[in-house]
Design a protein around this ligand. Structure first.
Ligand SMILES: *Cc1c(COP(=O)(O)O)cnc(C)c1O
Length: 395
């Protein structure tokens, strides 16, 4: 195989730190080798730090981010249970689909794509119709929106005795995700976004309330593969033999989490915020319009309107072929209308931002747009520089 090197600035996978890829090429171990089970223990301990939780049940499902979401819904929902989905994008739609497939009676509170959910709507819905599970996406990658007031949503769910399930696939490791403080009952993520690993595992954590819900089920989980009550016994001293754990992938996750803990979560959040701010400033300086509610934009995914006169597919193909840079469009009503640019994990750096802006400038010019030369990179650099002293890493 002779493959090109790409700058992966779509919505995942993102370029992993080379140390993660190196870890994945280490000699293979069997899944019950004590050398390997100690790696599992480390993964659980690192993941607790990254999720900001003390939940003993913190491990990884052998599947992509979507698999983690499916494990959560499959394991908590029994046919006939009521599930409320707070839905403002494609991954909210996915929660609706999963809950429906597992037999839930699903209701929704919604916001237009490009906006976020009002917690009062969740409260009002639960008052009308109590639900066993409330599912919400913390960072809606399809629209570039970050759901605020998670603490308030957690409080509402506790008060109304609903289990709060949160998709933190794009947000974990990039912005604060406070599992314990926000009273999240079950939180799932994925490896190929801000965790900075190839795709293939889904970190998950859940508290005692969620574990009781698993134990109190009347019927077995319909899915065997995604049954968390079995997987949790695999990720425990019992070492229940469920499936053959992807051990090389687990090395990668171990290294990715270790790097996050080593960098420090606050420093990492700051780095993502600075890179996102720089990219947004650079795009605006080039005359590009950003998409969605400006108060709630994700730092790690920047959504922008495709400028008039720029052909979506041809322009992205040019960016890829000529400069090796990948960016993506979105789904449904936003397909061909917006591009989404990811600055995640290893790529959340000024050098990535400036490279992408330079590539975009070139592509836009070849579509006939008049872009002030270098304006994007200059604005990005300016926006990246400020860092307050309390954000500086201790030496
Ligand atoms: C990427 C993503 C997913 C799906 O993850 P896969 O690894 O592609 O299965 C789910 N939710 C959100 C918010 C995502 O960004």
């Amino acid at each position: 195989m002779e493959l090109p090197t790409r700058l992966l600035c779509g919505t995942g996978p993102t370029n992993p730190d080379p140390r993660v890829l190196r870890a994945m090429s280490a000699p293979l171990l069997g899944q019950f080798d004590p050398e390997f089970t100690s790696i599992m223990e480390d993964v659980m301990a690192f993941a607790r730090q990254v999720f900001r939780t003390s939940n003993p049940r913190t491990f990884a499902v052998s599947a992509t981010g979507r698999g983690g979401m499916e494990a959560a819904i499959a394991s908590l929902v029994e046919p006939g249970d009521r599930v409320l989905v707070a839905n403002c994008g494609r991954f909210g739609d996915l929660f609706v689909d999963l809950a429906t497939r597992y037999g839930a009676r699903v209701s929704q509170v919604t916001a237009e794509w490009g906006h976020v959910i009002d917690p009062q709507k969740i409260e009002a819905s639960l008052k009308r119709t109590p639900a066993k599970v409330v599912a919400i996406v913390h960072g809606e990658t399809s629209t570039g929106m970050l759901q605020p007031q998670m603490e308030e949503i957690g409080r509402i769910c506790q008060e109304r005795d609903a289990l709060l399930v949160v998709d933190a696939v794009v947000t974990l490791g990039g912005v604060p995700v406070e599992v314990d403080d926000w009273q999240i009952d079950m939180c799932t993520s994925g490896t190929q976004k801000c965790l900075g690993c190839p795709s293939g595992m889904a970190p998950v954590t859940y508290n005692a309330r969620a574990e009781h819900a698993l134990a109190d089920r009347k019927n077995p989980v319909v899915s065997n593969y995604f049954d968390l009550s079995q997987l949790q016994r695999h990720w425990s001293p019992e070492r229940l033999n469920h499936h053959t754990l992807p051990t090389s992938m687990t090395y990668g996750l171990h290294e990715a989490l270790r790097l996050i803990v080593d960098e420090g979560l606050e420093a990492r959040w700051t780095r993502h915020r600075r890179a996102g701010d720089a990219l947004k400033a650079g795009l605006e300086a080039m005359g590009v319009r950003l998409f969605g509610d400006p108060r709630h934009r994700l730092p790690m995914i920047t959504a922008m309107h495709i400028p008039e006169g720029v052909p979506d597919e041809a322009a992205r193909a040019q960016l890829l072929q000529q400069f090796g840079i990948e960016v993506v469009t979105s789904f449904g009503p936003l397909r061909g209308r917006i591009w989404r640019i990811g600055t995640m994990g290893y790529n959340a750096e000024l050098k990535t931002v400036v490279t992408v802006l330079a590539g975009l400038e070139h592509v836009f010019r070849s579509s006939g747009l008049k872009i002030p030369q270098g304006a994007g990179g200059d604005a990005a650099e300016k926006a990246y520089s400020p860092i307050s002293t309390n954000e500086r890493r201790p030496p």
